[in-house]
Design a protein around this ligand. Sequence first.
Ligand code: SF4
Length: 76
Amino acid sequence: MAKFKIEVVKEECTGCAACNASCPEAFEMKEDDSGIPKAKPVKENVDDLGCAMDAAQVCPVNCIHITETEGNKKLI
Ligand code: SF4
């Protein structure tokens, strides 16, 4: 099992792309069905967060959540 799970609450994402600018390795932008850009984790389950935590912290609406799989501990 991967150590961390990265999630974006799509409904809350404004599509500002700050996470993608901060950490393109972890977050990419994809248009939803209405053609609105939304952030998406490049990989949801990872062993190494890399810059993903920094990117989560720059999200202006705090819709990026990172959970430590063991113990299901929410980090952000
Ligand atoms: S920083 Fe937050 S609101 Fe902006 S694109 Fe990323 S997830 Fe969406």
